[in-house]
Design a protein around this ligand. Structure first.
Ligand code: KMB
Ligand code: ZN
Length: 370
């Protein structure tokens, strides 16, 4: 089953409070979704993810199709069983990863021909193939197969790409129609061109998906350009369906997206930077390997009560990174994910209490954003 309830919309922005209900549980929105590309949120166990408040995780059709392959996951009874995660899972459709990971790929009307980035073998994914793979994975929310166009790109290129993505979306919807325990989202494209964004949004909405993603943003464009396109696009999206901004960058992108009416967002940043010792705190980011923390026995963030902050000091975590101990990456990941999940909970509370913009401005001042 799949249900989205819009609980409240802010008076002084497009920020909104909602709740998604799936067969594997509820998701309060706005929500930040940790990315677990190869059936794991790197260094975290499922229990630790629940402990820090993760309500849903993301995984990846492209990666899992290549390794371990759909046969093994099918034999395991699907991705939830395979990775022992019993809450909601959302999977991407694979097109984006083909373009960002493999070379000499070729786009045709039929689908995308590419070489595996693992062993160079020839591969092919079509809209129908993407739906079949996601069906075997058994994720609760799946994405239509799309092309995330490069940035910058000409109006002509984006027009062709966006219209092909619309035709692919129709094929996904057609191919998915009899699967009721999975929810298919359409992905709005159109690059940085408002006329193409409007066409994509209107045609996707006409296809009546249960939810909509905005793709092709946070692809290297300046933040204010992303904000402008995002603000324009959400106005064409139905109020009563979830809106998912795919692959945003850092915490400020989350605030900007929520302010413009986004309900769901993911980013690999908090887990990726944690593994190289960059820690998110209310005073901005700190590089824990820095010698300045050598004898600093305070917690990573005075305002954080995560497992890492309750039990370990900056000096200890710096030591772990300096001697390349795996525990260092784990403790930094626990903290960064908790920090973002807690920030999203504070955002939900601020929408509830009608002080979202004040909370955003206060956070930006402390975090050191503009
Ligand atoms: N940074 C932009 C971005 C990121 C992702 C990946 S989001 C993701 C990553 C891992 C797991 C699940 C979702 C995208 N995916 C699709 N299908 N289309 C896009 O335009 C796009 C743009
Ligand atoms: Zn912490």
């Amino acid at each position: 089953m799949f249900k989205f309830e819009l609980l409240k919309t802010a008076k002084d922005s497009k920020a909104r409070l909602g709740k998604i209900t799936t067969n594997h549980g509820e998701i309060e929105t706005p929500i930040f979704m940790p990315v677990g590309t190869r059936a794991t949120v790197k260094t975290m166990t499922p229990d630790e993810l629940k402990e820090i408040g993760s309500q849903i995780i993301l995984s990846n059709t492209y990666h899992l199709f290549l390794r371990p392959g759909t046969e093994i996951i099918e034999k395991a009874g699907g991705l939830h069983k395979f990775m022992n995660w019993d809450k909601p899972i959302l999977t991407d459709s694979g097109g984006f990863q083909v373009f960002s990971l493999s070379d000499n790929r070729k786009i045709t009307e039929e689908g995308v021909h590419f070489r595996s980035h693992i062993d160079g073998s020839k591969m092919f994914i079509s809209p129908e193939k993407s739906i079949d793979i996601q069906n075997i994975l058994g994720s609760d929310i799946i994405m239509a197969f799309d092309e995330c166009a490069p940035y910058p790109a000409s109006h002509e290129y984006i027009d062709d790409s966006m219209r092909r993505t619309l035709r692919w979306a129709k094929r996904c919807k057609e191919h998915h129609k009899n699967i009721d325990n999975q929810t298919l989202f359409g992905i709005i494209q159109g690059g940085m061109y408002k006329d193409l964004r409007e066409i994509s949004a209107r045609e996707m909405v006409d296809m009546d998906f249960k939810g909509y993603s905005i793709g092709g943003l946070s692809v290297g464009e300046p933040l204010d350009l992303m904000n402008d396109i995002l603000d324009f696009t959400t106005d064409f999206m139905p109020e009563n369906k979830p809106r998912y901004l795919m692959g945003v960058g850092s915490p400020d992108y989350l605030f900007e997206a929520v302010e413009r009416g986004i309900d769901m967002a993911d980013c690999v940043l908090p887990t990726r930077i944690a593994r190289n010792g960059t820690v998110l705190t209310h005073k901005g980011r700190i590089a824990i390997k820095n010698a300045v923390y050598k004898e600093d026995f305070s917690r990573l963030d005075e305002d954080c009560d995560c497992y890492t902050c309750k039990n370990f000091s900056k000096a200890y975590i710096r030591h772990l990174f300096n001697v390349d101990e795996i525990l260092g990456m784990r403790l930094a990941t626990i903290h960064n994910l908790y920090f973002l999940l807690q920030t999203m909970k504070n955002i939900r509370d601020s929408i509830k209490g009608d002080y979202f913009l004040e909370y955003k401005n206060d956070f930006y001042k402390k975090f050191g954003y503009k």
